[in-house]
Design a protein around this ligand. Structure first.
Ligand code: DC
Length: 223
């Protein structure tokens, strides 16, 4: 495909803080439109699991970047394969979540994952969720959404999710981790979490998933 063709494939970006509901909303919007879906956080989480497995300190940029560059990452629906190993469950633990925010602050890691993310752009369209989808990875997106929710609501949602998946979880600890993670994601020097210029902002604290999905589809129809 030529650069022009790639640039004309429609993209919807959904950025926002941890546990704002981006993943569920983005996957449903993609399904409704018949578009592909990129969960960019899963790639950072896989990089985090790789660094934990290899005992690499997130501060050790050269070793970390070398490892991330050599990773064979594949997403197949909800499954994530890393060097052929299914890490779908391993990337969802709190440990992987905390580490992913640390490795995501390393500029070389972000650069190493850029082409992989852009490779998800295929016809008929893409819905991409993360922190910098609208600002850095797909600045040409037709619709950019910034999805937020209060920290307490997000901690409660994450708590429910973890319990449902059979993990143990503590609400106070989750809230603290979430606030620390938000702070690190917002204040890092490279590609910090921020609404892209022109992004539509939506606070999902008091909305259902269906309401958020419908609002995004209305915006897309007008875009
Ligand atoms: O969305 P998530 O919680 O699965 O993301 C895990 C971490 O990855 C998050 O703390 C920040 C980082 N991340 C990022 O820096 N840029 C993205 N586009 C997606 C995730």
């Amino acid at each position: 495909m030529t650069v022009m063709t790639v640039m004309t494939i429609p993209v919807i970006t959904i950025d926002g803080p941890s546990a704002s509901g981006k993943g569920t909303v983005a996957a449903r919007v993609a399904e409704r439109l018949g578009f592909h879906y990129l969960d960019s956080g899963a790639l950072y989480r896989a990089a985090a699991v790789a660094s934990i497995h290899a005992g690499i300190d997130p501060q050790d940029e050269p070793r970390l970047v070398e490892r991330v560059r050599s990773l064979q990452l594949r997403c197949a629906g909800e499954r994530v394969l890393m060097d052929g190993e299914d890490v779908s469950a391993a990337i969802r633990t709190e440990e992987a979540g905390v580490r992913s925010s640390q490795v995501a602050a390393v500029p070389g890691v972000r650069a190493a994952l850029l082409d992989l993310q852009r490779g998800f752009l295929q016809a008929p369209g893409l819905v991409a969720d993360g922190r910098d989808m609208g600002t850095v990875v797909f600045p040409q997106a037709r619709l950019k959404v910034f999805l937020t929710a209060s920290a307490l609501i997000r901690a409660q949602r994450r708590h429910k999710q973890l319990i449902e998946k059979g993990f143990s979880a503590n609400l106070d600890a989750l809230l603290r981790d979430l606030q620390e993670r938000d702070e690190r994601d917002r204040s890092r020097a490279v590609a910090p979490l921020a609404a892209a210029p022109g992004a539509r902002e939506i606070d999902s604290s008091t909305l259902t998933i269906v309401q958020v999905v419908d609002q995004i589809l209305r915006w897309y129809a007008q875009a």
